[in-house]
Design a binder for this molecule. Structure first.
Ligand SMILES: *[C@@H]1O[C@H](CO)[C@@H](O)[C@H](O)[C@H]1NC(C)=O
Ligand SMILES: *[C@@H]1O[C@H](CO)[C@@H](O)[C@H](O)[C@H]1NC(C)=O
Ligand SMILES: *[C@@H]1O[C@H](CO)[C@@H](O)[C@H](O)[C@H]1NC(C)=O
Ligand SMILES: *[C@@H]1O[C@H](CO)[C@@H](O)[C@H](O)[C@H]1NC(C)=O
Length: 432
C-alpha cells in the first residue's frame, strides 16, 4: 500500500514544478501500481484448485513470461523494449494461443452436458421468442446450448450437469429475491432426490447460469450450490460472493446492437474519452464531478436523452478512443461489451471485477484496467498512451469482438462457445 500513499504527493508536486522527469516517474509508479494491483486481483484464479488450469500452466512455462510481459502493453516502455517485445509474438490476445486452439478443438469433439428436463414452467427455462434486453445473455445461452451438439441424453456420458432454472424468467413473474432463493433450493433438492448425480459429487459437476443481478444471491439457499457448483453469472464481483476459480463470468451483452461493429477506423476517433450514464454509484459521481467540464474528455453527468438525436449515444463510441466503464449499482454493465463492439477501448474503472474470459484472453492487450482511485488521474493516464499503443490496442480489440457477441444459431468462437470453453476448463475438477 505504501506505493499508493507515495504517489499522490509525488504527483501533485510534479504538476507544480512541471519537471518532466519527475512526472514520468510518477506516472510510471502509478501505472505499474495499477498493474501490480491487477496482478494481485487476478492471483486468486492463478492459485486456484482448478486442476486443468494448473496443469496447463505448469506444462507451459511461457504463460508466466507472457503475464510478466503485460507491462510492455501499458504504454510506458521505451521504443527499444517495445521492439524486443514484438519479437516474442506477444501481439496475440490469448494468454496461450496454442493451448486455446488445441483445447478448444478437444472441447468441440468431446464435451457433453446433461440438461435436466423437468421443471416448473414458471421458473424452468423455455427459449423465448425474442432474445433482447439487458439480460439476453441468459436466453442466448439456454437456447444455444439446447440447439448444440454439446447436449447428451445419456447422463453417463455427461461431463457436466446443467440446472436449467432462470432468474430472469422468475424476475419477470415478479418473484421476490427471497422467494427466488427458495425456489432454486427446492428445485435443486428435487433433483437431488430424484437422480443420483448431484449426491455423488455434492454438485461439483453441476452448473447454473444467470445474467440477472440477483444471480449469485439466488443460489444462497443451498450451501453446496455456492460452494461446489459452477455458477455462470453476469455479476462477477468479488464483493458479492463470486468465486473466481470455480464460477464463470458471463459477459453482459445488450443485443441486438443498434449500429454495426466499429474497427479499423482510428482516424475517426478524435475524442480522447467518453462516458455518459446514470450517477448510480460512488465512482460514477466522482467521475462526473472531476471531469464534467473537461475539454478533452467527453463526460456527460447524465444519460444522453433520446431527444438529443437518433443513436447519439452509440455514435459517440465510434468517435472516441477510450470509453470509460465505471461500475454502477452493479459492477457489470453492457457498456463494456458496447465499447468492444463499437471499437472503443474499454477503460475498466473497478476494484473488484473478474473480467469475462480473463483466463483465456489477456485484457491488457485490448483494454485499460484501472483502480477506482485512478479516476483523479484519468486524463493523464489516457494521454500517456501513445497513438501507436492505442492503434495496437484497437487492432487487438477488433480481434476479440467475436468473443463478445451472441448469435442464433451460435457460431464458432462466439460468446456461447467461450462460455462453454470456460465450463470445459472446469469440468476436470471433479469427475465421478
Ligand atoms: C413469497 O412466497 C410466499 C410464500 O409462498 C408468498 O406468500 C409471497 O407472496 C411471495 N412473495 C413474492 C413477492 O413473491
Ligand atoms: C441425496 O442426498 C439427499 C440428502 O442427503 C437425500 O435426501 C436424497 O435422497 C439423496 N438422493 C438419492 C437419489 O439418493
Ligand atoms: C469516418 O467517418 C466518416 C464520416 O462519418 C465516414 O464516412 C467514414 O466511413 C469513417 N471512416 C471509417 C474508416 O470508418
Ligand atoms: C462545470 O461547469 C458548471 C457550469 O459552469 C459549474 O457549475 C461546475 O461547478 C463546473 N464543474 C467543475 C468540476 O468545475
Amino acid at each position: 500500500m505504501s506505493a499508493v500513499k507515495l504517489q499522490q504527493p509525488l504527483f501533485s508536486a510534479a504538476a507544480c514544478t512541471l519537471r518532466r522527469a519527475v512526472l514520468t516517474v510518477a506516472i510510471l509508479t502509478l501505472v505499474s501500481f495499477s498493474y501490480l494491483s491487477l496482478k494481485s486481483l487476478r492471483s486468486p484464479s492463478l492459485s486456484s484448485s482448478s486442476t486443468i488450469t494448473r496443469s496447463i500452466q505448469s506444462s507451459l512455462p511461457e504463460i508466466v513470461d507472457y503475464a510478466d510481459g503485460d507491462n510492455a502493453e501499458r504504454g510506458v516502455v521505451s521504443e527499444k523494449e517495445r521492439e524486443e517485445s514484438d519479437d516474442v509474438e506477444d501481439d496475440d490476445v490469448y494468454h496461450s494461443p496454442k493451448v486455446f486452439r488445441l483445447n478448444y478443438q478437444e472441447m468441440l469433439k468431446r464435451f457433453k452436458v446433461y440438461v435436466y428436463s423437468d421443471g416448473d414452467p414458471k421458473t424452468y427455462y423455455q427459449t423465448p421468442r425474442k432474445l433482447t434486453g439487458k439480460y439476453s445473455s441468459e436466453g442466448y445461452f439456454f437456447q444455444n446450448l439446447r440447439d448444440s451438439k454439446f447436449v447428451t441424453d445419456d447422463p453417463d456420458r455427461a461431463d457436466l450437469f446443467f440446472i436449467p432454472i432462470s432468474c430472469h424468467k422468475m424476475r419477470g413473474k415478479g418473484i421476490s429475491y427471497e422467494n427466488m432463493t427458495i425456489i432454486v433450493r427446492d428445485y435443486v433438492e428435487s433433483l437431488m432426490s430424484k437422480y443420483p448425480y448431484w449426491n455423488r459429487t455434492l454438485g461439483a459437476d453441476h452448473f447454473f447460469v444467470t445474467c440477472h443481478d440477483v444471480g449469485v444471491r439466488a443460489t444462497e439457499g443451498l450451501p453446496n450450490l455456492v460452494k461446489n457448483s459452477i455458477r455462470v453469472v453476469c455479476s462477477p464481483s468479488y464483493d458479492v460472493g463470486f468465486i473466481p476459480h470455480k464460477d464463470v463470468a458471463l459477459p453482459q451483452i445488450l443485443q441486438p446492437f443498434a449500429l454495426p461493429a466499429g474497427g479499423n477506423d482510428v482516424e475517426n476517433r478524435t475524442t480522447l474519452g467518453f462516458w455518459a450514464g446514470h450517477r448510480n454509484s460512488k465512482i460514477r459521481v466522482i467521475l462526473a464531478r472531476v471531469w464534467e467540464n473537461d475539454t478533452e474528455l467527453d463526460i456527460s453527468n447524465n444519460r444522453i436523452n433520446r431527444a438529443t438525436g437518433h443513436l447519439v449515444y452509440q455514435k459517440r463510441f465510434y468517435r472516441t478512443k477510450f470509453c470509460i466503464c465505471p461500475g454502477g449499482s452493479q459492477v457489470n454493465s453492457a457498456r463494456i461489451t458496447d465499447s468492444i463492439h463499437y471499437g472503443c477501448i474499454p477503460v475498466i474503472l473497478s476494484n473488484y471485477y473478474d473480467l469475462p474470459f480473463n483466463d483465456i484472453i489477456n485484457w491488457h492487450k485490448f483494454s485499460v484496467v484501472l483502480k477506482e482511485k485512478d479516476v483523479y488521474q484519468l486524463k493523464q493516464i489516457l494521454k500517456k498512451i501513445t497513438q501507436e499503443e492505442f492503434v495496437r490496442l484497437h487492432n487487438n480489440l477488433v480481434k476479440v469482438q467475436k468473443h463478445f457477441q451472441w448469435n442464433s444459431p451460435s457460431v464458432s468462437h462466439d460468446a456461447f462457445h467461450m462460455v462453454m470453453y470456460e465450463l470445459w476448463l472446469r469440468h476436470h475438477v471433479i469427475k465421478y
